[in-house]
Design a protein around this ligand. Sequence first.
Ligand SMILES: Nc1nc2c(ncn2[C@@H]2O[C@H](COP(=O)(O)OP(=O)(O)OP(=O)(O)O)[C@@H](O)[C@H]2O)c(=O)[nH]1
Ligand SMILES: [Mg+2]
Length: 283
Amino acid sequence: MEIQWFPGHMAKAKRILKEDLKLVDVIIEVVDARIPYSSRNPDLMGMIGNKPLLVILNKADLSDPDYNNQWENYFKSKKLEAIAVDSVHGVGISKIVPAVKKLVGNKTISLGSSGRLPRAPRCMIVGIPNVGKSYLINRLSGRKSAKAENKPGVTKGQQWIRVADIELLDTPGILWPKFEDSDVGYRLAVTGAVKEQVYDLEFVAGRLSLWLAKYYPSRLKDRFNLDSEGISEPQSLLEMIGKNRGFIVQGGKVDIYKAAVLLLKEFRGGILGRYTLERPPGK
Ligand SMILES: Nc1nc2c(ncn2[C@@H]2O[C@H](COP(=O)(O)OP(=O)(O)OP(=O)(O)O)[C@@H](O)[C@H]2O)c(=O)[nH]1
Ligand SMILES: [Mg+2]
């Protein structure tokens, strides 16, 4: 199943982002720690030229801690500063401003020596929808400066927010016109970066149930009393989950859709455990 989501407002946001690049000193790219590969915009590196880039692996409370470390190290091996962050509980947040200052260090000094007062570094926060850009800004600023909500497409326009002695530009989440492989589309859907109207919820939940049955059968057992051994049909797995929760419709049949909604909700909320869906290359 092909998943694609690049509506007009994203194309527009991308154009504005390109223009605003001129105004900023550092780009902060917020990626999803559960899918650090699929949540990176493949167009970004080409767009930012040689502006310094800081990668934030957000939602690190939902991803596997071992892989958080491995991904941080992977980015560092590519000469990119990367910090794993949990914006809900504030873990890792205090490392961000020092990292930004380090990245702009030389520039601030050169402004000072030219006779002008060094101004506050300006950072643009970019990333896919629903990855936590606005949430992260609110964490950094300690107040609700940016509108944040648990659905993709909440921030509609750019907004400057002053935090300590740096300035942050919040931007709308953007995707790209075509996902190069269907796995990327699936992973963006399963983690909640794509709005629900553009994919088949039962298909995505079914694929997730198969993955869980393959790699984490004990979690399905613990949460849904589901013995997945030997089951290779996603429909059957969803049916067993629905049965466990009593999602029965007229005629005694299981409400598969309701089971699919529940599985995705519990997965996204971390109730089923912490997962990293992608490994760094070579791991
Ligand atoms: N568990 C967890 N949830 C997070 C974290 N950061 C953000 N969230 C959740 O993600 C949801 C989306 O956050 P936003 O800040 O609105 O996301 P955004 O990237 O600004 O989204 P758009 O404006 O739609 O592009 C929030 O409602 C939070 O519930 C995190 O570090 N951990
Ligand atoms: Mg936002």
